[in-house]
Design a protein around this ligand. Sequence first.
Ligand code: BDR
Ligand code: CA
Length: 393
Amino acid sequence: MNSDKKTAGEIREFPESQNLNRRDFLATSAAFAFAGTFNPGLRSASGHSTASGARHQSAAATSSKVQRVIIDTDPGVDDSIAILLALRSPELKVEAITPVCGNVPLELTLPNALRLVEIAGRTDVPVAPGASHPLTRRLVTAKSAHGNNGMAGVEFPAPATKPSRESANEIISRIVRENPGEITIVALGPLTNIATVLRADPEISAMIRGIAIMGGSLSGGNISPSAEFNFYVDPEAARIVFDSHIPLTMVGLDVTRKVLLHEDHVKLLEAAQNPVSQAAGRMMRATIERMRDSHNPPAMAMHDPLTVASLIDPTILTLRDFYVEIETSGELTAGESVGYQRVPMHKSAPLETSEPEPPESVQTFTPNARVGVEVDSEKFFNLLIPRLTEAKS
Ligand code: BDR
Ligand code: CA
């Protein structure tokens, strides 16, 4: 599925105001590292950390009450399934959906998100438009995987619902500020919107309960040998988020490649007579049929739905503490996520200069993310399929 993502994509001119150079970015990113409030443990409702040693717990993973989430997303076939799953799950209260460019341009991800809230009968959920291009790079899309319209080429009616008047940045900032320590962001696309919010409103990093991120990989990429698609599209944004000191959960390819939706699942979706299951079945049928020539058996990795499911049932994933850094300067490796599990954290050897050798640095290991390392695929599908097929709405 992922091997056929194209590197060619939409090419856009950036508005002058957003066209920061790399130096601006690294300076901004570094500033977050010093300005943020690092919370090594679970963030409490007051927005402050509660000490729990070096363990960097997923805020969501330990909560039994309804979790309030904002879904940042680039629908996208698997994003669509993830959104439908979230909207049908009583464990989650979706406060807003904030589309971003990624799998397809924003002109498509925005109406697609509106279509999905209509299909789910949840037009009460505001959909606020986000970034139309990555922070500094030209947009690379994944139309080959998600169809030219981002919904596997399946034509759903144009949405009657209008987008929110607030932008993604405004709505995220407002909702988080009104509910400090309560909101978990579920990031299913390039991290451009989240990074933009953190740059515009740095104080909110201490008020965000956590971010569950679909992205990255500690075992090779899917669009390049090193990078996973979401981080590849906007490595600078990913770097800002990983430097933010917000409790992060990284649901990367290490686990998402292991949850494969195949023909039998599609038949179950098609057999159920509700609008959500029918829509999911149509998109997945189109996807599977398109893959038949190149994949045996055809199957699509449920990257984004797994990220949502891990909030609903934390026992689906096994998480481990890592310190994850995002490569932004590599000519061949931009977007790679490099995970350290202990000190010493050797980076590239310093270049030879005439300067005296710096003293050896003393390192301590401070994880910045909990990373999915194992997944119970059966448990995941036992959650996903009934949630989409059960009769309601
Ligand atoms: C990620 O890339 C996108 O194509 C999918 O929607 C998912 O978020 C997987 O690499
Ligand atoms: Ca996505």
